[in-house]
Ligand binder design. Structure first.
Ligand code: GLC
Length: 471
């Protein structure tokens, strides 16, 4: 099967969150298992672009409303990623340093999708599956089926994977002129709530919808930022498939980004050595349990609750624990978190920003990973943490519900709580401190955690079934 993934992110070319990790790994493992999978994404001005060599694959031209533009498709020249990576270069529109966050993002991603569909329509032999990810690729299926110029693509099967339905790419009808000449009778397929809604259009038009965990699939019918009814109606073509993780990148026995390697047998000593290094660097107490938070500092991840909960936990436990926060996001949350550094020297620190290496060091050093997310479609951090023998403390929602078993339940290896509030977080920290003191129980949990297999190989088969069901 020839599978073309269309996405706004793909690690290591450009990543803002878990979407990048997933799109960077899924095709690699699909290829290993015998299919021909590739990725097409926008050409941003990222370090990866500058540090690698690219071949020109195709030059084309099309228009975005009244603006006629040339685009170039370039391809990573060595194939070292394990899949072909194609970038769409549209001068002045996509070639910027950041992925998102510009006032013309709507135009940028429609431009990207138009160029992708235009390029596909020039392929000799067409691919078997176009696999779109999130709303930035949500209009592709509509364009393939209902734009007059792209009728050649109308029978190619399409899949949409939803990594986060909070973001939907909604826009006013004035933007409809940006979509290449389309069949006006199909207006209803673009519409949700009197707007053009890219994610809703994707859900309506594709052959199959996937979300990144089974529980999140269920949740979308009751909580999806306005699309609940749509997901209820379309349930029959939706399926939840839990993400995998790239075990080649996330392996404490070989990870080049961590100071000391360890495996299942050497985890106790290995983690302590990594913890000593991190604690020395960030002025933390290496003899107390270390709880880390790694993620975007936004309400969706309940980062707004962290400053109060951390203060409360440090006071209540008489500094019985350390916290280390890595992330960036809302400036008010960043400053509230930074403020605590002066109040709790020796037990609390932050790294405001995003840095892949510090993330890896923290997974290797920490005893616990805190994820109080309000919304978590899958969550990859808890999966990384399991692999590094770091006990996940998670709110019981979405993919966190599906991947963590509380230590009070049979076979448990984590800590789960119900609410994204201070009380539940502080109580969970107290539970963490207790179990940390019980060396035998802690060791047994760590070993259980490290044995859990979330590798991509098994996930690939689930996607293959989805493709076959529509193929
Ligand atoms: C998004 C979701 C996250 C998921 C990731 C990859 O970032 O918020 O839960 O793990 O996509 O699918």
């Amino acid at each position: 099967m020839v599978i073309v993934h269309v996405s706004a992110e793909c690690y290591p070319m450009a990543k803002a969150g878990g979407l990048g990790d997933v799109v960077g790994a899924l095709p690699k493992y699909q290829n290993k298992l015998g299919d021909k999978a590739m990725v097409v994404m926008p050409m941003y001005q990222t370090p990866f672009l500058k540090e690698n060599n690219w071949d020109v694959q195709y030059k084309g031209n099309t228009n975005l409303g009244n603006w006629f533009f040339d685009y170039t498709i370039i391809k990573e020249s060595t194939g070292k990623l394990g899949y072909d990576l194609y970038l769409v270069d549209i001068n002045g529109l996509l070639d910027r340093p950041k992925i998102y966050g510009y006032t013309d993002d709507i135009d940028r991603f429609i431009g990207f999708q138009v160029a992708v569909v235009n390029w596909l329509s020039h392929w000799g032999e067409l691919p078997s599956i176009i696999h779109c990810h999130d709303h930035q690729a949500g209009l592709i299926s509509f364009m393939m089926k209902y734009c007059y110029d792209y009728q050649r693509l109308k029978n190619v099967k399409t899949v949409l994977s939803i990594h986060n339905a909070q973001y939907q790419g909604a826009m006013g009808w004035d933007k409809s002129i940006l979509i290449p000449r389309w069949d006006m009778n199909k207006k209803g397929l673009l519409e949700w709530n009197n707007c053009i809604n890219s994610l809703a259009a994707g859900v309506k038009c594709v052959d199959k919808v996937t979300t990144v965990s089974p529980s999140y699939m269920q949740q979308l019918t009751v909580q999806s930022n306005g699309l609940e009814l749509l997901f209820k109606n379309e349930q029959n073509k939706c399926v939840g498939i839990l993400n995998g993780i790239d075990n080649e990148i996330w392996n404490p026995a070989t990870d080049k980004m961590i100071p000391f390697h360890y495996d299942f047998n050497t985890v106790n000593e290995g983690k302590q050595k990594n913890k000593n290094v991190l604690c020395a660097k960030y002025n933390l107490d290496t003899n107390k349990p270390l709880v880390v938070f790694i993620g975007r500092l936004v309400a969706e991840k309940a980062a707004d609750v962290l400053p109060g909960a951390i203060q409360h936990a440090l006071d209540k436990t008489n500094l019985g624990v350390n916290f280390f926060i890595i992330g960036a996001g809302d400036t008010s949350i960043e400053s509230a978190l930074n403020y605590l550094v002066q109040l709790y020297p020796g037990h609390y620190n932050t790294f405001i920003g995003y840095d892949e290496k510090i993330g890896h060091e923290a997974y290797a050093a920490a005893d616990f990973l805190l994820m109080p997310s309000r919304v978590e479609p899958c969550g990859l951090n808890q999966l990384y943490s399991l692999r590094y023998g770091t006990i996940p403390m998670v709110r019981d929602t979405g993919g966190l519900h599906d991947t963590v078993v509380d230590m009070g339940d049979a076979g448990g290896f984590g800590i789960k709580f119900l609410h994204a509030n201070e009380t539940d977080i502080v109580y969970s920290i107290e539970r963490a401190i207790e179990v940390y003191k019980n060396k035998k129980q802690m060791k047994a949990m760590i070993q259980k955690a490290m044995k859990i297999d979330h590798s991509w190989e098994s996930v690939i088969m689930a996607y293959k079934k989805v493709y076959q069901s529509i193929g």
